[in-house]
Design a protein. Structure first.
Length: 601
């Protein structure tokens, strides 16, 4: 068995079912081995994206949807460098990606050979770990170690750079080598594991003290809760046991069922507050700003979640639980630090013993939040009649889906980046974990379309053949528009809503509010004819240009095929609330707080 065949065999043994990639000269042997494996009825399918960046984002969408590791193949040089943005995106959002790139022959490395790029140096800061295989004997152990690094601790991307000659060299006794490497790496990683229970036990008295003294505790749940198996269910159990409300970050959006918003005082739904942060739900920002204890789990307190991290802990106590010790107290100082997996943390927290009076007290605190929410809703009820809004469309889609049995199928929502992303995070109702896929930390425009493809392939393996709904802007969709070629492949239909305001919406909003309405390079008045593009790719097309067209949405959602929906929206629409950079969560600004510019008149 040569190196290329061994890699395919390795992935089969790891039960990989989908690989996203794009071939090239340096990986011809790898693709030949893949061809032969598929010809011999391998379970692996390869999805040919139309750009290597699309391959990584598709792998991210797949990984976020399935709780598996996304696998990517790319050739050397430009093929490998094209995956850099996706690796950086996966690194910041803690998405497990296993990338294999081709490299020039080992003897030619450093000689500026054709399509040579130093991927070890290029990817050093944007992967959990990277490898260059210089000897075929090292290939098995590097593969095994990289696989476990991607999946253990804080999830993230790994990259293995494989020279052309390594793909062709022989491995003796491959089955024995595989078993020995797996046992060896397992033993090494086991010895490095942090005993989270012991860590919690040492902090238990301090945790109990802060918890029992608190009058206004709030959970802040991040992507680490979504990434941890069983953590959403265990967190909900903890919330119900102690009546503690929960705000989420953008990446923690899908950890709680928010389908019954604030209409039952005695319901756990009252405790699911929604997203906090720069464009978060007002009630969540109110809860965080009024809290005297924040129980932060699986979040790094980014500047988009906490406007001014440097002063955040001056006004409240912080219990910070994270599987990555490097994140604790990095942005916000923690009073108590617990290095642990989110599921383990909530399991141990639920076992804490406190008196019943505290439960009643915190229940009253949550009811007070409800009253604050009603007051904000009353102030913000005014709705402009000008043009079709992105918010109208997103609300209509979620309401139609929620009105039927579709939610039982755990439809996945995917967004690109920008205004529509924030509106979607505010408005979309989710019933199950890992059903909201987006680019958070890096904010990568062009993420949405390929990620929707990956999510669709992930959904193929679920019962009911669930749909994928993509919301994208006219700017973001054009950054990886070529991935429309992969949209028709999934059996699960992808509904692509292009919310076209002929603007780089978020850029325009900031220019309007903070740069005197000087719209420098943010007006997209030369967008293509999306109907002709859909026709060229063989995808069904629908257009929504006015409110009267909104009746089409239900029919579109019920179609069992991919549909590209071009929606013309109001170019002056903005996203509120909005917290300026460096301000606290209580310093939310709404439309009434700004002077209206000429474009918004």
């Amino acid at each position: 068995m040569n190196g290329a065949e061994y890699i395919i065999k390795f992935l089969e043994q790891k039960e990989v079912d989908i690989i996203f990639g794009y071939p090239g000269g340096a990986v011809l042997a790898l693709y030949d081995a893949l061809y032969q494996a598929i010809d011999n009825k391998s379970r692996i399918k390869h999805i040919l994206t139309r750009h290597e960046q699309g391959a990584v984002h598709a792998a991210e969408g797949y990984a976020q949807t399935t709780h598996k590791t996304g696998v990517v193949f790319a050739t050397s040089g430009p093929g490998a460098t094209n995956i850099v943005t996706g690796l950086a995106d996966a690194m910041l959002d803690s998405v497990p990606i296993f990338a294999i790139t081709g490299q020039v022959n080992a003897d030619d490395i450093g000689r500026d050979a054709f399509q040579e790029a130093d991927m070890l140096g290029v990817s050093l800061s944007i992967t959990k770990h990277n490898y260059l295989v210089r000897d075929i004997k090292d290939l098995p152990s590097m593969l095994e170690e990289a696989w476990q690094v991607a999946q253990s601790g804080r999830l993230g991307p790994v990259l293995i750079d494989v020279p052309k000659n390594i793909f062709l060299e022989e491995i003796n006794n491959p089955d024995e080598v595989y078993t020995l490497c797996e046992l060896d790496v397992n033993a090494k990683t086991e010895s490095k594991k942090i005993k989270s229970g012991e860590n919690f036990e040492r902090q238990k008295d301090k945790i109990l003290e802060l918890f029992t003294q608190s009058l206004r505790p709030v959970i802040l749940a991040g992507g680490g809760v979504a990434a941890s198996k069983d953590a959403p269910e265990l967190m909900l159990k903890f919330m119900q046991e102690f009546n503690v409300p929960c705000a989420v970050t953008l990446m923690g959006k899908s950890v709680l069922d928010t389908s019954t918003p604030f209409n039952k005082i005695d319901s756990e739904k009252l405790l699911a507050l929604g997203m906090a942060g720069m464009h978060g739900i007002p009630i969540s920002n109110i809860a965080v700003s009024k809290s005297d204890l924040v129980i932060a789990v699986g979040t790094r307190f980014s500047d988009r979640t906490v406007g001014n991290p440097s002063v955040f802990s001056q006004f409240r106590a912080v219990i910070h639980a994270d599987i990555d010790v490097a994140e604790i107290s990095k942005n916000v100082r923690a009073n108590v630090a617990v290095v642990t997996d989110a599921a383990e943390f909530f399991k141990l927290m639920t076992d804490l013993k406190i008196d019943e009076n505290k439960k009643k007290q915190w229940h009253d605190w949550a009811c007070g939040l409800k009253r604050d929410k009603e007051e904000i809703d009353e102030r913000e009820k005014t709705k402009s009649s000008r043009g079709l809004k992105m918010r109208d469309v997103i609300q209509a889609v979620t309401e139609i889906i929620g009105a039927g049995d579709n939610l039982k199928n755990n439809i996945s929502y995917v967004t690109d980046v920008g205004q529509h992303q924030m509106i979607a995070a505010q408005e979309i109702i989710l019933k199950a974990p890992r059903t909201f896929v987006t680019s958070g930390g890096l904010g990568t425009m062009g993420f949405g379309l390929p990620a929707a493809v990956g999510a669709a392939f992930g959904r193929e393996n679920k019962k009911g053949k669930q749909q994928v709904i993509l919301f994208s802007g006219d700017g973001g969709i054009q950054m990886n528009l070529q991935e429309l070629a992969t949209v028709k492949k999934p059996r699960v239909p992808v509904k692509i809503f292009i919310l076209d305001n002929k603007r780089l919406g978020m850029v325009r909003q900031w220019q309007e509010k903070f740069y005197g309405g000087r719209y420098s390079q943010s007006v997209l008045d030369d967008n293509p004819d999306f109907e002709k593009i859909a026709e060229a790719y063989g995808i069904k097309f629908e257009k929504i240009s006015k409110r009267a067209d909104m009746g089409k949405i239900e029919h579109i959602i019920n179609m069992r095929e991919p549909v590209l929906v071009h929606v013309l929206t109001d170019p002056s629409e903005n996203v509120y609330p909005m917290i300026p950079v460096g301000r606290g969560n209580h310093e939310m600004l709404f439309a009434k707080d700004f002077r209206i510019s000429k474009e918004g008149e």
